[in-house]
Design a protein around this ligand. Structure first.
Ligand code: GLA
Length: 375
């Protein structure tokens, strides 16, 4: 699968530019194991980069222009001396990253590239962060700038916040840039410190696509973020990360804001407990924490959808499933489950029997962050 997408990028480059590419960038998608809507509250998250990626085959040019081809999408042409909005679409991620790199002082050099991907789009697996980091890597390689994963993740986040208009936190960009191979990544979203967390070999991370899609920009995501900031202000703390006493929340906030805040405060605790459970090999406990996270996102934060709630309930009836939850921003997309490694095949068969034979399921493995390969 990975080889196919890589090969498609290389072949598209040859067809489009009539030349051999000089480098290939791989930039993975991600699945968040636990810790949703905590990143922009300075909290904890535990995502992992997955073995599905955006691949970018490219070559440096002497022109002040970035040109990117992608099978099935428009060609992007970007004048590096006049970076402008192109009216939406995937080109905004390319333009936004170039703009943000320039703002951060990068000299910006031109390149031609061809992109192919096996990260499903709009499924909550961060295809856009993967693309952003691929573009950032190609651009910094060509301009000779250093690759500091934390700094680059901040550049990509700024592109998303200020160019695309999605008020996302740092999780997606940071795990895509900084993931270590063979492990999930605990991120403290305040200090931006990270530590790898190995996944016990007796479990597999299984992603199930609910096939429900909803655009995030301009949606409830930005509004949830505002509610959290409002709750923190009313509680007199810099961020909801700073709340230790859950009891204080209900006493001081109106009902709905209290539920939003309670999700964030309890979710931060679940992330750290989940990390400990994985390190202890306590997969039962890890599974219970996933379920508790799902309930909190469904009932308190209200970002799940009935299709995902039903899939979680169905999965929990199947032998070999330790826990499951919605993952990512919510409002549709994927869910993630921790499944007994030896039962993965039978769990998938039973899920398809019960739900639909075509349910998309990805058995994922933790992958390394964005990488560069000269050819
Ligand atoms: C999206 C955002 C992230 C994070 C998640 C929810 O993926 O890009 O920053 O807030 O939603 O956890």
């Amino acid at each position: 699968m990975a080889e196919e997408a890589r090969q498609s990028a290389v072949e598209l480059f040859r067809r489009s530019f009539g030349a051999e590419p000089e480098f290939v960038v791989r930039s993975p998608g991600r699945v968040n194991l636990i810790g949703d809507h905590t990143d922009y509250n300075d909290g904890f998250v535990l995502p992992m980069a997955i073995d599905r990626s955006v691949w970018l085959a490219g070559r440096m040019t002497t022109e002040r222009r970035i040109r990117v081809e992608s099978a099935g999408f428009d060609v992007i042409e970007l004048d590096l001396d006049r970076i402008e909005r192109s009216g939406g679409g995937w080109g905004e991620y390319v333009a936004g990253v170039a703009w943000s790199l320039a703002e951060a002082g990068d000299a910006l050099c031109g390149w031609d590239g061809a992109v192919a991907s096996d990260v499903p789009v709009g499924a909550g697996l961060s295809s856009s962060a993967a693309l952003e980091l691929a573009v950032a890597r190609a651009t910094t390689v060509c301009s000779g700038s250093p690759w500091d994963p934390v700094a680059i993740a901040q550049v990509a986040q700024r592109a998303e916040n200020e160019w695309v208009g999605m008020a996302c936190g740092i999780m997606d960009q940071l795990v895509v840039a900084a993931a270590a191979p063979h492990a999930a990544l605990l991120i403290d979203c305040r200090s931006l410190e990270t530590r790898p967390v190995p996944i016990p070999t007796e479990v597999a991370v299984v992603v199930v696509d609910s096939a429900t899609r909803r655009s995030l920009v301009g949606s409830a995501y930005n509004q949830r973020r505002k509610s959290c900031e409002q709750a923190a202000a009313l509680l007199g703390v810099p961020a909801l990360r700073d709340i230790e006493d859950v009891g204080q929340i209900a006493a001081l906030l109106p009902e709905r804001l209290a539920r939003r805040a309670r999700h964030v405060v309890t979710e931060n605790r679940r992330v750290l407990a989940f990390e400990a459970a994985l390190r202890d090999g306590d997969v039962e406990q890890a599974g219970q924490l996933l379920l508790a996270s799902h309930r909190s996102l469904r009932d308190d934060f209200e970002v799940s959808v009935p299709e995902i709630d039903d899939l979680v309930a169905t999965l929990m009836e199947i032998r070999g499933v330790h826990g499951a939850r919605m993952t990512g921003a919510g409002f549709g997309g994927c869910l993630v489950a921790l499944v007994d490694a030896a039962s993965v095949g039978s769990v998938i068969d039973e899920l398809r029997d019960r739900v639909h034979p075509d349910v998309e399921v990805y058995v994922t493995r933790p992958a390394a962050g964005t990488s560069f390969e000269p050819l």
